[in-house]
Design a protein around this ligand. Structure first.
Ligand code: GDD
Ligand code: MG
Length: 364
């Protein structure tokens, strides 16, 4: 069976970090999100994967080439973004009409058992079966109303909270019959959620598969941090130190935390819980980090605190700096000594910051 991964989209809400890498290549627990997905597909017996790409297509081709985890990779490129349905139609020739196939939103971290979803699909007279996950606030997602037999009678994309028919949301994983191609016009942007699923629901051909377990998308910064946190809590559990890590005396690593290869952590620093430190990062003495992700090659000097933030690659952060909740620091940025960035401050790639910023702001 083949799988299509929707890997386009601009990742607007993850700027400035998405200016230099596509959303699917953001690291989760030090491994790109897409790797987690490919690994899982391979374990579920998938042999061929089609990556539907547009924005930063070359970043994918460079990293994976034509195979990954023993599967063959194909790239289906779009001249212009075709949204979530258009790319499926665009890849019709590569997918073929012989058998059912999987479609995955690329920006999702989940431990869903794909084979169970496929089994569920085969047992019903469905053109599409959607994996469904229960959430507190469904308004940011596609929402399904189910019958007892798991048929979807209503599918609404991003309803207001009051109008949402349930708390069961589209988890962004589908099994589709080749018949789906007849529902998608070619050569134009199509939203499968808005233009195709409601039609299938009306015809009684749309089914749902509710599942529990790990699930989150990484649409915005807090989701991205949550994805890392869930992975650490559910899959990794105990802290992990990569090869060649050097911890000076009095360092405390609080579970669960992942430290990449060749990282150096200075005296009395306290790292964790829920911190991911990329490869070759250098942390000075008495650095405190919690609930944060630090990308590879970054240097953080003595007495600095990082809390609830994401720090890009090869960033340089001075002494006695405070970086607070919701801050995102672009690659190669420089934050000078004694600077405080209180909350929701984003710093563009290569920007130098010498003064404190005490209100949410984007520093260009
Ligand atoms: N190839 C391609 N081309 N991929 C695209 C394009 C495009 O033009 N636009 C978006 N994508 C990819 C994104 O990279 C992402 O992996 C996926 O399609 C979904 O797009 P998002 O922009 O992330 O949509 P969303 O998060 O607002 O909503 C979708 O996901 C929710 C679950 O996270 C919908 O499918 C909702 O119904 C769903 O609940
Ligand atoms: Mg999304």
């Amino acid at each position: 069976m083949k799988a299509v991964i929707l890997a386009g989209g601009f990742g607007t809400r993850l700027r400035p970090l998405s200016c230099t890498r596509p959303k699917l290549l953001f690291p989760i627990g030090n491994k790109p999100l897409l790797d987690w997905k490919l690994e899982r597909l391979a374990k579920n017996g998938i042999k061929e994967v089609i990556l539907a790409v547009n924005y930063m297509a070359d970043a994918f081709i460079q990293r994976y080439g034509d195979s990954a985890y023993g599967m063959k990779l194909f790239y289906s490129k779009e001249e212009k973004p075709l949204r979530t349905g258009g790319p499926i139609k665009n890849a019709e020739e590569i997918i073929g009409r012989e058998e059912i196939f999987l479609v995955l939103n690329g920006d999702i971290l989940t431990n869903l058992d794909y084979s169970k979803l496929v089994k569920e699909h085969r047992e019903k007279d469905a053109t599409a079966t959607i994996a469904l996950h229960q959430v507190e606030d469904p308004s940011r997602y596609g929402v399904a109303e189910l019958t007892e037999k798991n048929r979807i009678v209503q599918f609404v994309e991003k309803p207001t909270r009051e109008k949402a028919p349930s708390n069961l949301i589209n988890a962004g994983v589908y099994v589709l019959e080749p018949k789906i191609f007849d529902y998608i016009p070619s050569g134009q942007p199509v939203s499968i959620e808005r233009e195709v699923f409601p039609k299938l629901a009306d015809k009684g051909k749309l089914y749902g598969y509710p599942f529990e377990g790990l699930w989150t998308d990484i649409g915005k910064l807090e989701d991205y941090l949550k994805a890392n946190k869930l992975l650490l809590d559910i899959e990794i559990k105990k802290s992990q130190l990569g090869k060649g890590v050097r911890l000076e005396s009095g360092v405390k690593i609080k579970d669960p935390t992942v430290v990449g290869e060749k990282v150096v952590i200075g005296e009395k620093s306290e790292i964790g819980p829920h911190v991911v430190v990329g490869e070759r990062v250098i942390l000075g003495r008495e650095v405190h980090a919690q609930n944060s992700v630090i990308f590879s090659g970054t240097v953080i000097s003595d007495f600095t605190t990082v809390k609830g933030a994401v720090i890009g690659e090869d960033v340089t952060i001075g002494r006695k700096v405070k970086i607070g909740e919701g801050c995102m620091i672009g690659d190669h940025a420089v934050i000078r000594d004694n600077v405080t960035l209180t909350r929701d401050v984003t710093v563009c790639p290569s920007k130098e910051v010498a003064e404190s910023v005490l209100t949410p702001k984007c520093l260009m």
